[in-house]
Ligand binder design. Structure first.
Ligand SMILES: [Zn+2]
Ligand SMILES: [Zn+2]
Length: 386
């Protein structure tokens, strides 16, 4: 463990209770959009802290707690996620998930505990200047939560000047701060191409319009499209469907689903356009009807360069090791949407070299990170408001 400056730990009121809180949240996971019980537990934690403003049911099950400073200043938002995953926990901690097939395997339980700890500090000692907004966002895993928060009319009341978030990172040394200038994590979207032809008796395929060849052509050509782009882009085919298992019928429909990703928002938008035009050209040439569906859309997470300097200084002041990642992460975080509305910063916090990967059945957020995360956020507030 990398030692953290004494000064930074001075406010460590009761780390044990934050660990208990984290484990209680871990035992009662709820998946995206269903986080009502989790929101209630968080509300119970914050009510005695008497925040200056509490917003409930924000963007669905979300919550925001506002602590106002003694003097006017910038409004800083710190965001964590309420949701767990629809995956069975296969580890066996004493506080193992009590819900079959659902578990906190992305560490959002730990991220919540960090923000709860930050709330305790604000309650004991209001910020010198400005306002602190602690946002508990629903549905990060599906990419719906950040958008729902931003679309909630009450978001105007808490719209920040700066937004921050961290994500724990297995495979990096415990407590290491992993940062990047500009793009931190890729943008991505799920996309389905639906082709419609006409069914016919399989004895007379010429009487129908079978999309099989068009589907095969798209499966072959689509993964090649990123080669035409300059920046990093990727198309991963994830599911294909042709008609039904009915041997007497020549099929009349096909679906092809894929995930598109890029490190640059314009590249992602361009990639979507390129997929559309290739698919539309294929469909019109073969006489098929076509339409598109998009799901799980994540914006690119772009880090602000001034905030980079602040987070870098914070990490160094706290004696934490720093790692500047040469390439952005290929996965996506819906925090990216906040980077479209204000300067924002997303960084990683190492969860240990031997920690199971995120979304693995045995993953369990390291409790030691609660105090580290809390200490970093607390110091960021001081640096920004200085
Ligand atoms: Zn996750
Ligand atoms: Zn996550």
């Amino acid at each position: 463990m990398i030692p953290i400056e004494r000064e930074a730990l001075k406010n460590m009121s009761n780390p044990g209770s934050l660990i208990q809180l984290r484990r209680m949240l871990h035992a009662h996971p709820e998946v995206a959009g269903e986080e009502n019980g989790t929101a209630e537990r968080i509300l119970d934690f914050f009510t005695p802290l008497k925040p200056d403003q509490t917003l409930q049911k924000l963007g669905g099950t979300g919550l925001a707690f506002v602590f106002k400073g003694k003097r006017p200043g910038k409004r800083l938002m710190f965001r964590c996620e309420l949701d767990a995953l629809p995956i069975q926990e296969t580890g066996n901690p004493a506080y193992k998930s009590q819900i079959e097939g659902k578990a906190h395997l992305c560490g959002h339980d730990g991220h919540m505990a960090i923000l709860c700890g930050l709330g305790e500090i604000q309650a004991q000692n209001r910020p010198e200047k400005g306002e602190i907004v602690l946002l508990f966002q629903p549905a990060e895993e599906t990419g719906d939560g950040a958008r729902a928060i931003l679309n909630d009319p009450r978001f105007e009341q808490i719209k920040p000047d700066f937004a921050f978030a961290l994500h724990n990172l297995p495979g990096y040394p415990l407590h290491q701060v992993v940062m990047r200038k500009e793009t931190f994590a890729a943008g991505s979207t799920g996309m389905t191409i639906r082709l419609t032809g006409k069914t016919s008796h399989s004895a007379h395929p010429e009487a129908g319009l079978n999309p099989a060849q068009a589907l095969a052509e798209l499966i072959r050509k689509l993964p090649e499209l990123p080669k035409e782009m300059e920046g990093f882009c990727l198309i991963t085919l994830i599911h294909a469907e042709l008609g039904n298992l009915a041997f007497g019928t020549s099929p009349g429909k096909a679906n092809l689903s894929m995930t598109l990703r890029a490190f640059d928002q314009q590249d992602l938008d361009q990639l979507i356009e390129n997929v559309k035009s290739l698919a539309m050209e294929t469909a019109s040439r073969t006489g098929l009807k076509i339409n598109f569906d998009f799901v799980e859309q994540f914006a690119v997470s772009v880090n602000d360069s001034d905030l980079y300097n602040i987070v870098e200084k914070t990490a160094l002041d706290l004696g934490l090791s720093l790692f500047e990642k040469p390439e952005p992460f290929r996965w996506s975080e819906d925090f990216g949407l906040f980077s479209q509305i204000c300067p924002s910063f997303l960084f990683g916090l190492g969860a240990g070299d031997s920690c199971p990967q995120l979304h693995e059945g045995t993953y369990d957020f390291p409790d030691e990170l609660i105090e580290t995360g809390k200490g970093i956020f607390e110091r960021i507030i001081k640096e920004v408001q200085a």
